[in-house]
Write a protein that binds this ligand. Structure first.
Ligand code: TYD
Ligand code: MG
Length: 454
């Protein structure tokens, strides 16, 4: 898309005039002047710099050459995993997140670590000195990392032509601005156009591009939704700012699964990759506390143990309150209804608060049994043994349902030194218990779990 320039033409004689008039000055006809769009000369645009793409013709899918191991290593294992095994050449990746969450830090860190190719970090937010200071803080040197503090797309192309970087990072897309559109930087049309130009550049030259984008208060990427359609991958960087942990989540990925998580810890020297997430998601406690249950989860390909916490107390107001952090509150309500109706636990007049440690969000249904156990433990005010964990879904009739990848979960729990794991009875078929040091406890009903726990 290029800048649309309009002009006024007489439909009778074709004379051009800069503004609308009732009568054509040239031929004298009335009411013949109509506004028309004229194309602006594509000076300084991508097309002028890089020419058009080769003409495309239909080809057989089997004849298209591809290289399955063409992924680029970003030297950041968490990022590689979230991207689906590395960066795909010619891909456009959008990284969103609230201000101050660490997007620039993450990307600068990647830029500094990838020493095997030229990296251009374009910043419209910080000065060269500020970026240098940050790099010093991160403590990584890289001769191949170039910094460009420019926001004008046409000027950026000139540098791209000379430098020919292997990876481009644009921080942030909201500060970029192209001459082809008149509106100010950060406006919807500017963001769209700049991203479209970046996309064109990336596809023509096969260079991977990262775009950093801010997020609005309501959590959506600022600027148009259209950005999400345009790019190949949308990553979200999130986390509680008061909490040291940051989670990189993939919302859309044309080249991999969207269920992968990357976990980092923000400290003085930048972001540290957390390769064993259970280490941070399980709080270290000396004394047993009621209302805590550990769930054996699988996020993407990676098993991890997560601590769930529930607090059940007598309702202060007429209507009991239910709230959940990191978990769907409707699912919590459903589980409470199952406990009430199928298993006879009186929770109807209790406030229930539920929380998942570490600020992470869980959608895996295998967490159900841990939620139920945490609620029962808090209601009962008796703690669950800290070496016990859970991995099963709970159905509407109070049955304990099987879940996928049960072996992976059991072996992870085993590795982390747990002694008991509750799973569904229907998950035990073909399971070789002797392989694990951990005791596998198969259950079919909530009452059974209750009897075995308390
Ligand atoms: P930044 O990457 O500037 O956030 P964004 O680009 O998403 O707006 O992150 C800034 C925050 O990170 C700031 O609060 C300080 C913190 N930080 C550290 O704790 N350690 C570090 O080594 C760095 C570079 C930043
Ligand atoms: Mg920033």
């Amino acid at each position: 898309m290029s800048k649309l320039k309009t002009s006024f033409f007489c439909q009778s004689c074709g004379a051009q005039s800069p503004r609308w008039t009732g009568k054509c000055n040239s031929c004298g006809e009335w009411n013949t002047i109509v506004e028309e769009v004229i194309q602006l000369e594509q000076k300084g645009s991508l097309k002028a710099s890089f020419g058009d793409r080769k003409p495309v013709v239909p080809v057989r899918i089997s004849e298209i050459s591809f290289n399955s191991d063409a992924r680029i290593n970003t030297y950041d294992q968490e990022l590689n995993r979230v991207l689906g095994g590395g960066l795909v050449p010619g891909s456009l990746t959008l990284i969103g997140g609230e201000p101050g969450i660490g997007k620039s830090t993450l990307m600068l860190q990647v830029a500094l670590k990838c020493a095997d190719r030229k990296i251009l970090y374009i910043s419209g937010e910080e000065s060269e000195q500020q970026i240098r200071m940050r790099a010093e803080r991160l403590g990584i040197g890289n001769e191949n990392c170039y910094i460009l503090t420019e926001t004008n797309m046409q000027a950026i192309y000139k540098h791209l032509e000379e430098l020919l970087p292997g990876i481009i990072i644009a921080d942030s897309i909201q500060t970029m601005q192209t001459d082809l559109i008149e509106s100010s930087a950060g406006s919807v049309s500017q963001i769209k156009e700049c991203a479209a130009e970046m996309q064109k550049y990336s596809k023509i030259t096969n260079t991977p591009v990262f775009l950093i984008g801010h997020i609005t208060k309501d959590g959506s990427l600022a600027g148009p939704k259209i950005l999400e359609h345009m790019v190949d991958t949308v990553l979200q960087f999130e986390g509680d700012r008061n909490y040291g942990y940051r989670i990189l989540r993939s919302l859309k990925n044309r080249f991999g699964s969207t269920s992968e998580l990357g976990i980092y810890e923000m400290n003085d020297g930048g972001l540290r990759e957390v390769s064993n997430p259970s280490e941070i998601l399980l709080s270290q406690r000396d004394e047993a506390v009621s209302g805590i249950a550990i769930a054996a989860m699988v996020e993407g390909q990676r098993p991890m143990l997560i601590e769930t916490q529930a607090l059940v107390s007598s309702a202060v107001y007429g209507t009991p309150q239910r709230s959940a952090t990191g978990f769907d509150v409707r699912r919590l309500n459903m589980l409470l209804a199952v406990l009430e109706k199928r298993s006879g636990f009186k929770l109807g007049h209790k406030d229930v608060f539920f929380n998942i440690a570490g600020g992470i969000r869980v959608e895996d249904p295998a967490i159900d049994l841990a939620v139920v156990a945490a609620v029962l433990s808090s209601n009962q005010d008796s703690p669950i043994d800290s070496k016990t964990c859970f991995a099963a879904e709970v159905g509407l009739s109070g049955e304990i349902r099987p879940i996928n990848r049960v072996e992976q979960r059991i072996s992870e729990a085993d590795k982390l030194g747990f002694e008991n794991i509750f799973i569904s009875r229907y998950n035990t078929k073909g399971l070789d218990n002797k392989k694990f040091g951990i005791t596998v406890i198969p259950v079919a009903k909530i009452e059974e779990v209750y009897r075995k726990l308390f």
